[in-house]
Structure formats: C-alpha cells, structure tokens
Design a protein around this ligand. Structure first.
Ligand code: DGI
Ligand code: FE
Ligand code: FE
Length: 194
C-alpha cells in the first residue's frame, strides 16, 4: 500500500489532534533515520504513520481484540493506555497486509520498548516521545540525546515514564522495566568498549 493511502486511512481512524501527532512523529522519525545508515525511509514512514492506528478505539473494542486475537491476556491486567500498541500491530497486519515484522514490532512495542529493540523500533519509540508537539520538563535535552545516543534517550524517557507512574501510584508493565534493565546493561557494555 502507498504511504498516501495509509495516511488517508489513518486520518479517518484518528481524532484530528492524534492525526497531527502522527504526522509529526513521521517527520521526526524520517529526520532521525537520515543519520542512520541502512534504515529505509519507506519502512520508517509506514511504521510512524501506523504507530497509533488504534489509539482512538474505544476501550471495549481494544479489550475484545486482546481477548480474541492476541496471545497476551496479561495485558488486560495493566493500564489500557498500553493496549493500542499491540492491538495496532495486529490490526494493520490484517487491514493493510503489512507483513514486515520489523514494522509490526515497531508499532507493537512503541509504548513499552523491549530488550534488544531493532534500530527501527528505537527510532519510532523516540520520535513518538520527542516530536515537536511534546512539551514536558527535559524534552529539549531528550531531543538532542535522540540525535546523539538513541539508547540513552530511550532510557531517559523510560525513567521519566516510570517516575510518572510511581508518582501516580500506578502499576508498571513488566516489559517497561525489562526494557530499562536491558538498556542499562547495554550502556555499561558500550562504555567498557569505548
Ligand atoms: O500513544 P502516545 O500518547 O503517542 O504515546 P505512548 O504510546 O508512548 O504512551 C501511552 C501512555 O502509556 C503514556 O501516557 C504512558 C503510558 N505507559 C507507558 N508505559 C507504561 C504506561 N502505563 C503503565 N501503566 N505502565 C507502563 O509500563
Ligand atoms: Fe502510542
Ligand atoms: Fe504516539
């Protein structure tokens, strides 16, 4: 499917503000990807356009998909904010025939990350966090980190999310913690090799 068709379908699926966010994530992700060898712009664009495809679905529709189509009922025990990502991956696979597992994983894990993320997964994760519409304390520092050290940028963002969830007294999805732990190990290893 052509990117313009995916954009049109996504526009119809999302509230206007969410669609605008999607466009900014696409721009940001393409910009970041330009500095990385071997990352196809086309793949980056498709993953970015579709990353929040199910973000505006009603909770009941998301939970029904999780129950009937996903092999991960655990998700239902955690915040519904997490659901749109894994459901989105399955929905775009069946609706648009997206078969590229890297693209599907970038969508599936864009909220929590996961250990050993691919470059595409990292670019989509961080573009979502630093797109120009975001404003939170430390976002400018994160924007420059995103350009210099993707792993450090994702770690900083996860720290921010985990702190936010702790302050609110919310549960933390185990994969979010696993992603953080894995990045800490990677960063220590990178330092030793310097
Ligand atoms: O969909 P977006 O708003 O563009 O961004 P997102 O998909 O990265 O994040 C959606 C929300 O998910 C965000 O408000 C924080 C929340 N979140 C991220 N990790 C966890 C989480 N919520 C819980 N309860 N547990 C997590 O581990
Ligand atoms: Fe999202
Ligand atoms: Fe998003």
């Amino acid at each position: 499917m052509k990117i313009d068709d995916l954009l049109q379908a996504t526009k119809e699926e999302l509230f206007p503000a969410r669609y605008e966010h999607t466009l900014r994530v696409m721009e940001t992700a393409i910009q970041l990807a330009k500095q990385i060898n071997g990352l196809e712009t086309e793949k980056v664009a498709v993953a970015a356009v579709l990353h929040d495809f199910c973000k505006c679905w009603p909770t009941i529709k998301l939970s029904q998909w999780i129950e009937h189509e996903l092999n991960n009922l655990d998700l239902l025990l955690y915040d519904k904010e997490l659901w749109h990502a894994p459901v989105g991956a399955e929905v775009v696979r069946s609706r648009f025939g997206v078969e590229d597992e890297d693209i599907l994983n970038a969508i599936r894990f864009h909220t929590t990350g996961r250990p050993n993320m691919s470059i595409l997964e990292k670019v989509i994760f961080i573009a979502d966090v630093v797109e120009p519409g975001r404003s939170f304390p430390g976002v400018d520092e994160l924007r420059s980190l995103a350009n210099s050290n993707l792993n450090q940028a994702i770690l900083t963002s996860l720290n921010h999310t985990i702190r936010f969830l702790l302050d609110k007294g919310k549960k933390i999805y185990p994969l979010t913690l696993e992603t953080r732990n894995a990045l800490l190990d990677t960063l220590v290893k990178d330092k030793k090799e310097e």
